[in-house]
Ligand binder design. Structure first.
Ligand SMILES: CC(C)(COP(=O)(O)OP(=O)(O)OC[C@H]1O[C@@H](n2cnc3c(N)ncnc32)[C@H](O)[C@@H]1OP(=O)(O)O)[C@@H](O)C(=O)NCCC(=O)NCCS
Length: 150
């Protein structure tokens, strides 16, 4: 779990992981402008899990408890470290953290247009549910996906 001194390192990691979406998403990904203050705030809501390689952060995910589910957000793996199971390991750790918070479901959200991410989460057992719209949009832009942890 990240401590407050790591907030800037985690924010920088997220911005770098999401940089591939710059000028490619409508609306733009808020992760592109995430700040250390945002991460420090997330740390007050639940665990921020960080994958370290020789002490250097290469991946992360935030976990937040809601009434009857937990939410995993900002899943990030630096480009050079992808395809090695780190994203999957982070999601497994997020599921353990959600259980630790006493929640029996873990939710993620991803853009409808991002078929790669939808396939990634489906492969990990997440089931597509409600399609939602970002504020100001009349058509659905993202989908909620959930996994039962029971
Ligand atoms: C999505 C992301 C976290 C995946 O991280 P990763 O460490 O590369 O994922 P893993 O190596 O654990 O992959 C796990 C499985 O998913 C598959 N997978 C991973 N990324 C995939 C992609 N873009 N498209 C299709 N399959 C993918 C892998 O092939 C692997 O399958 P396998 O076990 O059969 O080989 C990473 O690509 C990323 O940081 N993307 C940018 C930020 C982002 O979009 N985050 C999610 C926001 S909802």
């Amino acid at each position: 779990m990240a401590g407050s001194t790591e907030a800037e390192a985690v924010a920088d990691l997220i911005r770098r992981a999401f940089a591939q979406y710059r000028d490619r998403l409508t609306p733009p990904a808020t992760a592109l402008s995430v700040t250390a203050e945002d991460i420090a705030a997330a740390m007050t809501q639940g665990p921020v899990l960080v994958a370290l390689v020789e002490g250097v952060p290469v991946g992360c995910v935030t976990v937040t408890g809601f009434d009857d589910f937990a939410y995993a957000g900002r899943l990030s793996v630096l480009p050079d470290w992808r395809g090695r199971g780190i994203g999957q390991a982070l999601m497994q750790a997020a599921e353990e953290a959600a259980r630790g918070l006493g929640r029996s479901r873990l939710r993620v959200e991803t853009r409808l247009a991002n078929t790669a991410n939808r396939a990634f989460y489906r492969a990990l057992g997440y089931v597509e549910g409600a399609e939602r719209s970002h504020p100001g949009f009349t058509v659905p832009t993202y989908v909620q996906m959930e996994k039962s942890l029971i």
